[in-house]
Design a protein around this ligand. Structure first.
Ligand code: FE2
Ligand code: FE2
Length: 201
């Protein structure tokens, strides 16, 4: 599934790169609009699982994480809107249709394979971090807002990596004997460790 995730992401990024050459904030806004949909999808599925009596050990931890991530992504969206990212109808049209499709894909994907769904979002967060880093190094290194957004994306990637680590490979429930201390410690992780350890899998 990971190679399918990477392939899909690379194709999508190539299309967006082509469509948004030189239109940095429109591109960022579209990316932010789409990239937050998985967190809504994860929360939806977690709520449904809870309603069906399928609450796992990490349920509340994951719900808190995904709620905070979704709020943080909305803050990113507001930053991009304040820079004119959503000024054009065509960008709003594209993003709002893509996000509908992407939300439902993530609902199904997360229900069937949470770990694989986390991996796709992890790859997207890494890509977002690199995109903002490239903007800072090539266009405007003094943009504090973008620097802050880049750091947030790195934290999201760390949190998703941790989520992949703590859940059972393909289920959100865990066996009683496998329960680990709560909450998990992510303080020793950095982006380099994250990238290399995921690449080894
Ligand atoms: Fe973001
Ligand atoms: Fe993010």
């Amino acid at each position: 599934m990971k190679s399918i995730n990477t392939f899909t992401l690379n194709i999508t990024v190539a299309i967006l790169d082509f469509l948004y050459q030189g239109r940095h904030f429109q591109r960022f806004w579209v990316l932010e609009e789409i990239a937050r949909a998985p967190y809504f999808a994860f929360l939806s599925v977690l709520h449904l699982r809870e309603s069906l009596g399928l609450r796992g050990q990490w349920h509340i931890y994951l719900m808190k994480q995904h709620f905070e991530q979704s709020v943080n992504e909305t803050e990113h969206l507001e930053i991009m809107e304040s820079r004119g990212g959503n000024a054009y109808w065509i960008d709003r049209f594209l993003a709002r249709h893509l996000v509908l499709i992407y939300y439902w894909i993530n609902v199904v994907y997360y229900w069937l394979s949470p770990r694989a769904a986390y991996h796709l979002s992890y790859e997207i967060e890494i890509h977002a971090m690199e995109t903002y880093g490239k903007y800072l190094s090539e266009v405007d290194g003094s943009d504090i807002d973008i620097c802050s957004v880049m750091n947030d994306e790195m934290h999201h990637a760390q949190e998703l990596y941790e989520a992949m680590r703590i859940i059972d490979p393909d289920r959100l429930t865990v066996r009683e004997k496998d329960r680990k201390p709560f909450p998990p410690d992510v303080s020793d992780l950095d982006s380099v460790t994250l990238v290399s350890s995921v690449e080894q899998k």
